[in-house]
Design a protein around this ligand. Structure first.
Ligand code: AHG
Ligand code: MN
Ligand code: MN
Length: 340
């Protein structure tokens, strides 16, 4: 928010937020700054992607079977290097690393865990379409020097912070620590994230529906009914406008601001859904719930799902609360029928 000469930088905002927690030690605030640094570095490379040798495939495949882009790997290293040296984190886990990466014994390990999707929307990198970074922050469970997988496999409702960076027409950082959702826009002329969207609230009914309709014949009939309702209207559900970018962060952010619903349902080619629970669905679920929205796997709240595998996938229905509730009524009925 810029009132004349007054600018509220993310550093100032985080400090003011920290004062809400008398017991705060400042480590989470400093970790959020570390994420800001990573965001600025990745943003600089994204903005120059066509000019530097950062485009294209890296001729490698990640554990999920996705072809890794050079920017995936650059962003992966950038986030890890931005958080692993400052003593606030004990372990990180990323879409691009098969296993979690503990902070080396030689360095001081902190009390936080960072799970992240370093570059979301990779197929859009080379065609100059908006892409993002998603992060989830948990408190460690293990005692000193024992950080491991168990610190990463935590249920979404225990996240202490979550957010994303959107490399769009401007670079925005949106995060929550459980005290509302706040958006900051990078002013590249001064290299600062400035408060531009304080206390984001998402409308209860969305203008948009976002789903890859080429999967139509791979969906169950109840999923087809839900998507048809958002397309054509059904009962109280009015027809919505279709918007699908193919970058979860970009689709999610537009729907968060304008109201909308994003769906990546289970399909015959993705029986568990395509998106990953720990570093895509859970962090965005925390953000959307803090903004008054909802997120489910079709029936169950994403934040209640207990992970068993670092890269496990989940169906995802996320956005305006009345639209997510409609989908859950239809899909939940399906699940109830399926259980009988
Ligand atoms: P990532 O680039 O991190 O693998 O994520 C891509 C995801 C998500 O960003 C997007 O919503 C979805 O893949 C698009 O998948 P489809 O092309 O199957 O629709
Ligand atoms: Mn992703
Ligand atoms: Mn990714």
């Amino acid at each position: 928010m810029v009132h004349g000469s007054e600018v509220i930088t993310i550093e100032r905002f985080i400090m003011e937020q920290e004062r809400l927690y008398p017991e705060a030690t400042g480590e989470l605030s400093n970790l959020l700054y570390d994420m800001c640094l990573a965001a600025k570095i990745i943003s600089r490379h994204v903005r120059r992607a066509g000019l530097s040798d950062i485009l294209g495939a890296a001729e490698a495949v990640n554990v999920s079977g996705d072809l890794q882009q050079k920017l995936d790997l650059f962003a992966n290293e950038t986030v890890r290097n931005s958080v692993q040296y400052t003593g606030r984190v004990c372990i990180t886990a990323s879409e691009e690393d098969e296993r979690p990466v503990p902070v080396p014994e030689s360095r001081s390990a902190g009390k936080y865990v960072v799970l992240y999707d370093p570059l979301d929307g990779s197929t859009n990198i080379d065609v100059n379409v908006s892409i993002g970074t998603i992060f989830s922050i948990h408190k460690r469970l293990s005692k000193k020097n024992g950080a491991g997988l168990a610190d990463c496999l935590q249920v979404g409702k225990k996240q202490v912070a979550a957010g994303y960076i959107l490399y769009g027409s401007s670079t925005m950082l949106v995060y929550t620590t459980g005290q509302g959702v706040h958006g900051f826009t990078l002013d590249p002329t001064i290299g600062e994230f400035l408060l531009s969207h304080p206390d984001i609230r998402t409308p209860p009914v969305g203008k948009y529906y976002s789903v890859n309709e080429s999967n139509w014949n791979r969906w169950s009939p109840p999923v087809q009914r839900v998507v048809a309702a958002f397309k054509n209207g059904e009962g109280k559900v009015q027809p919505k406008n279709a918007r699908y970018i193919g970058s979860l962060v970009a689709d999610f952010h537009r729907n968060l601001i304008s109201g909308g619903i994003f769906l990546y349902p289970a399909a015959s080619n993705y029986p568990q859904g395509k998106l990953r629970l720990l570093y895509e669905a859970a962090p965005l679920a925390m953000v959307v719930e803090q903004a008054g929205g909802r997120a489910t796997d079709g029936c169950r709240p994403i934040l209640d799902l207990v992970p068993t595998d670092l890269h496990q996938r989940t169906p995802l229905v996320i956005g305006s609360k009345d639209d997510v509730a409609f989908a859950a009524r239809v899909l939940g009925a399906e699940a109830a029928v399926a259980v009988k």
